[in-house]
Design a protein around this ligand. Structure first.
Ligand code: GAL
Length: 719
């Protein structure tokens, strides 16, 4: 309220002083209040009660933001303008020449968003970056070192550098199309404009010296990233929808025979007595003894994850209780609960607890909460709480994540699962987005985009036309937040293409070996807000993070400068030190753009280049992976399961630089780390004058270790 008053008072003052020309009382520039260094909030007009984050719970990591230091308000405050017309709120941010805009949802084909028009709308991705996607987060990140979240659960229109105003500061030259070859159908625009169908909007602005700092503040402000349970980082396999418990057991046995890693088995709709709509109760013909199945798998260190979607079947025992709390419209004839009502959440949570959590189910795949206009509740639907269908559509996936996260949290048990929709405020929720769209290249672009908007994405593998495509997809997914084969429809198995079975196994085993590195990477996501799988433009020495830098690089004569300025859609960072450059079916070689500094081949330790574009042709066996100079990678020996064994580590060092690395550890299962029950081991590599390297390890935080036995074998990969 206080902030809103300030807006009106500000507007009044401007009127009285007459120093600002305005059309009516409902326009002006936003007033910002600092929340914590580098983060400011503003409310213009009268924002909706239900926002993207109002129904969610998370604890902002303000201390961690504070540790990032001070940051100035990044642009002239008077350049952020608003107007209220026609019951809508219009917002405008300035754009400089050369400024790049990232974020604005989980896009699959584009990374840089300038010159694009979108309506941000939760939906199943339909093949076009038009704003309809699984996580259309209204958060943009500017290469000028700031980002803004529009915290509003509405379909927001975005004109990202397309509109040209009469009062533009940089008006484009008026040209005659008939005679002037320089005429352009899209004249230069210096605005980033939003139209929000609401009487007001809450905004949060994040500043940073780099775009990574902006993203980190955004993530930390919303609770910090997910720290998955350790088992979540192993290999996942989803079995065909009509499988019985016996078939599940047989398939698990086959994994053993093929010596293929397996940590999570996913059961698809057929585990339920009825699905589409759901009972959320076991089918007792296919699964007569669910407890026995879960226990048998648990004894082999394998967890069970269950598919579900939002619609509730009239045949479910929970139906009579939940029905009064459901919408006017259905989804596949199932009732849709109003999860903004606490009681509705409680009813469903009790049902899931009784039928699944108490049996040891590790988590869920929450499908189809992204909707698709022809199946989900329409925008004319009404909900008992009075929340509009439009708002519900924007937050339904977030609400489901919220409920399940809290349900597991109350048991002090970490879950990790899948979801088809998310939005702002879900960064700390342990769910990874996936979809039915299946373009390998676009899947990687989505992985890159996920890092700007505080969500996780998996380019899951399902089927392939050729052994080569199968292998390339498997090699990539093994670097994703969930390494998963989703055989719900095709019944594929990792060894479905025998000619590449060995290479697929190598990729999955590499994933298992990298778990100490990956787990530490996710600790950085949780405690420091650093996205685990990241766009190259968030990497130091790569991005043209400021307009000044962009100006220095002569992109016409210098292909490297051009490459880093262009959107990077097919290579990404994993953790602090690894750069992954997937190959796609049909390719025998590819170009890789290396950031500044020296880079080394992950497999051989050889120098590959330094701030340049290289071409690699690794053959079928390997996915190209590179390590930065001084990069330390802690690794396990190959193993098929994640269990409680304390193991030795191989600590690889690449390049010639002295460096340090912090290995994170905790119990991997509970939230006790939030009470300080965790450890860090610091690895240090020193380099003598003659180039000889020495490694040492010291436990710098905590007194115990859970996964490591204290044996660290340093391997200096670069000869
Ligand atoms: C789809 C989902 C698939 C699979 C299927 C089961 O919506 O994306 O992965 O779970 O439903 O019916």
């Amino acid at each position: 309220m206080k902030t809103r008053h300030m807006v009106w008072m500000g507007a009044l003052l401007l009127l009285v002083s007459g120093c600002e020309q305005r059309n009516d009382a409902d326009s002006g520039y936003a007033q910002w209040t600092q929340e914590v260094p580098g983060v400011w909030k503003s409310r213009v007009g009268v924002p909706d009660k239900v926002t993207l984050t109002s129904e969610l719970t998370f604890t902002p990591k303000l201390d961690a933001i504070g540790e990032m230091g001070e940051a100035d308000f990044p642009i002239e405050q008077t350049e952020i303008r608003f107007e209220q017309t026609d019951g809508k709120t219009y917002l405008r941010f300035p754009l400089d020449e050369g400024e790049q805009i990232y974020g604005l949802g989980l896009n699959f084909k584009t990374v840089e968003q300038r010159k694009r028009i979108m309506r941000l709308h939760v939906d199943h991705y339909g093949g076009k970056d038009d704003g309809r996607t699984h996580a259309p987060v209204p958060f943009f990140v500017s290469s000028k070192g700031y980002g803004v979240l529009l915290n509003v659960a509405r379909y927001v229109d975005v004109y990202c550098g397309t509109g040209v105003r009469k009062d533009s500061k940089h008006p484009p030259v008026v040209r005659d199309r008939t005679t002037d070859p320089k005429w352009s159908a899209q004249p230069y625009s210096d605005n980033l404009e939003f139209l929000i169908p609401a009487d007001g909007v809450e905004m949060v602005l994040f500043a940073g010296k780099t775009m990574l700092d902006v993203v980190r503040r955004f993530n930390l402000y919303h609770g910090g990233g997910v720290l998955p349970p350790k088992w979540g980082l192993g290999f996942w396999h989803r079995v065909p929808t009509r499988y019985t418990d016996q078939q599940v057991k047989e398939e698990v046995q086959e994994f053993k025979e093929h010596r293929f890693p397996l940590s999570v088995v996913g059961l698809e709709p057929g585990w339920q007595s009825r699905a589409y709509p759901c009972t959320y109760e076991w089918d007792n013909t296919r699964f007569p003894q669910p407890q026995q199945l879960i226990d048998t798998l648990a004894a082999q260190h394998i967890r069970v994850n269950l598919w579900m979607n939002p619609g509730i079947s009239p045949e479910s025992s929970v139906y009579p209780d939940i029905e009064p709390f459901t919408a006017s419209h259905t989804e596949w004839c199932g009732a849709i609960p109003d999860y903004t009502i606490r009681e509705a959440q409680d009813i469903m949570c009790r049902h899931w607890t009784k039928h699944q959590l108490d049996l040891g189910v590790s988590g869920y795949k929450m499908d189809e909460n992204d909707g698709n206009d022809s199946w989900i509740f329409p925008d004319v639907a009404t909900f008992p709480s009075g929340t509009s269908a439009e708002q519900m559509r924007q937050i339904y996936g977030s609400l489901m994540q919220h409920m399940l996260t809290n349900l597991y949290r109350q048991r002090n048990q970490r879950t990790y699962g899948l979801v088809r929709a998310g939005n702002a405020g879900t960064v700390s929720y342990p769910f990874v987005i996936y979809n039915d769209y299946y373009n390998h290249r676009d899947f990687i672009t989505a992985l890159i985009n996920s890092s700007y908007i505080g969500v996780l994405w998996t380019p899951e593998v399902r089927s392939s036309a050729t052994a080569e495509e199968w292998l390339r997809r498997m090699q990539t997914v093994c670097f994703a937040p969930i390494a998963m084969l989703n055989a719900w429809s095709d019944g594929t198995k990792p060894w479905s293409f025998p000619e590449v079975e060995r290479q697929v196994n190598d990729a999955a085993m590499l994933r298992m070996q990298l778990i100490p590195y990956l787990y530490s990477t996710y600790a950085d996501y949780c405690f420091r807000g650093i996205p685990p799988t990241r766009a190259m433009n968030l990497e130091e020495g790569y991005a043209t993070n400021s307009v000044e830098e962009a100006g220095v690089l002569d992109t016409t004569k210098n292909p490297y400068a051009l490459a880093v300025k262009r959107e990077s859609k097919d290579q990404f960072m994993v953790g602090e030190n690894l750069l992954v450059a997937p190959l796609f079916a049909g390719e025998t070689e590819r170009k890789v753009v290396l950031p500044q500094g020296r880079w080394y081949d992950f497999y051989t330790g050889e120098l590959v280049g330094e701030g340049e574009i290289i071409t690699v042709a690794p053959g079928l066996d390997k996915i190209p992976v590179f390590v930065k100079d001084g990069g330390i990678i802690p690794m396990f020996a190959p193993a098929t399961t994640i269990d409680d064994t304390k193991r030795a580590l191989v600590v690889r060092h690449y390049g010639t630089k002295a460096s340090t690395y912090r290995l994170y550890d905790d119990d991997g299962e509970t939230y006790n780390y939030e009470q300080g029950e965790y450890a860090y081991v610091t690895f240090k590599v020193e380099v003598d004058a003659d180039g000889t390297r020495h490694g040492s390890a010291e436990q710098t935080t905590g007194t115990r270790l859970w996964s490591y036995n204290g044996a660290y074998d340093f391997q200096f990969m670069t000869k």
